[in-house]
Structure formats: structure tokens, C-alpha cells
Design a protein around this ligand. Structure first.
Ligand SMILES: [Fe+2]
Length: 198
């Protein structure tokens, strides 16, 4: 069974420093096939910029997901369109910089699709995240061995129901909103879909 290490969210310089410290240890311990990081607050605790994104990629991270603070720093706009595996929430306006999904391949040819969604409660969004996920899945499923969904939402209920909605489509996972902890601790592991939340 392939392993995905998902870390988020990485907040500001202390978060980046901690990531650099613990990632080698986690790689040794768990030998993940892919490492994905939510970096939406990597720059100064809100948003991300090219420098901090590069710093995360230099650690060997396969993909970066984002959230409601994606567009806090203007200099990231062109970076999001630059072809690197950094994605913004797919159900934001289609004219926004960046894209909402990416497929990455590891050294042994395993292909991971990563989809970033944003919840509808309390966050700016453009359309139903489930409809959006359906559209993307139809597009990429055949090209992926496994799929990770980062559901960036305020409510635990939105995250968990998204996990249930996507259950059985493909081995996948549905985490976050990680930038603040408004929800009770909740963890559910129900193969093949594994929703997790803070
Ligand atoms: Fe957020």
C-alpha cells in the first residue's frame, strides 16, 4: 500500500524550520512514497511567496497545497502559473492564477493526483467543491494510481462529508483547514478513503 505523508499547515519561519528538521526523520521512519505540504501560511504566517515555496520544494516535497490565503502575496501569482506542483483551491474562480490539481510521479513511476478544494462555510469559494471534485476526477482518474484531496474547510462536517462523498472513488484522503483549530480533534480511518482533520 503506497504511503503519503501530508504535513500542514506549515506556518511562517518556525514552521519551515520545523519541517526541515522533522522531514528527514519522518522519511526514515515511514518511507513515504510522496510528501505533500500545505503551505498557505508559510510566508510570515499568512500566504506564501516564491522564496518560501522554493524553500519547501528544496526539501524534496512533491507538491504544495494552499487555501484561503493563497493570494495574500502578489508575487506568488506568476509562480502559481510557472509549472511547479503547487496548487490553489480548485473551486475558486477559474480566472484566478494557478490550477486546482496536479499529477506528480515518483522515482518508481507511481502517479499521485493531488486536488485542492475549499469549503463553502465562511470562506470565499466559487462553486460546490463536490461538483468540482467530480469534474477533476473524471479528468485525471485514469492517469493516477492514487489521489489525495486537501479539503480546506472551516467545518469538520464539511471535511468528513467530503471524505464520505469521495469514498470508494479511488484511494484518497481528505484533510485540512489547518491555519487555525476551530474544530474538535477528529480522526477517521476508513479505507479506501481516509478523511482526517485537526
Ligand atoms: Fe486557511
Amino acid at each position: 500500500m503506497p504511503k503519503i505523508l501530508f504535513i500542514g499547515d506549515v506556518v511562517a519561519e518556525p514552521g519551515r524550520r520545523t519541517l526541515a528538521t522533522v522531514l528527514p526523520q519522518l522519511r526514515d521512519e515511514h518511507e513515504p512514497d510522496f510528501v505533500v505540504v500545505n503551505g498557505e501560511n508559510a510566508a510570515g504566517g499568512m500566504g506564501i511567496n516564491p522564496k518560501t515555496a522554493d524553500e519547501i520544494f528544496e526539501l524534496g516535497v512533491d507538491a504544495i497545497t494552499l487555501g484561503n490565503h493563497t493570494y495574500r502575496h502578489r508575487e506568488i501569482y506568476s509562480y502559481l502559473d510557472g509549472g511547479k506542483p503547487i496548487i490553489r483551491c480548485a473551486n475558486q474562480h477559474e480566472s484566478n492564477p494557478g490550477r486546482g490539481h496536479v499529477i506528480v510521479e515518483n522515482g518508481v513511476g507511481l502517479r499521485l493526483g493531488v486536488i485542492n478544494l475549499i469549503g463553502q462555510f465562511g470562506l470565499d469559494h466559487e462553486g460546490n467543491p463536490w461538483d468540482c471534485a467530480d469534474r477533476i476526477l473524471r479528468q485525471i482518474e485514469k492517469d493516477c494510481d492514487l489521489i489525495l484531496v486537501d479539503m480546506h474547510a472551516e467545518l469538520t462536517s464539511e471535511k468528513v462529508t467530503t471524505g464520505w462523498y469521495l469514498d470508494g472513488r479511488r484511494p484518497s484522503s481528505a484533510p485540512t483547514r489547518t491555519c487555525r483549530p476551530p474544530t474538535p480533534a477528529y480522526c477517521q480511518v476508513e479505507p479506501p478513503t481516509s478523511p482526517t482533520s485537526e
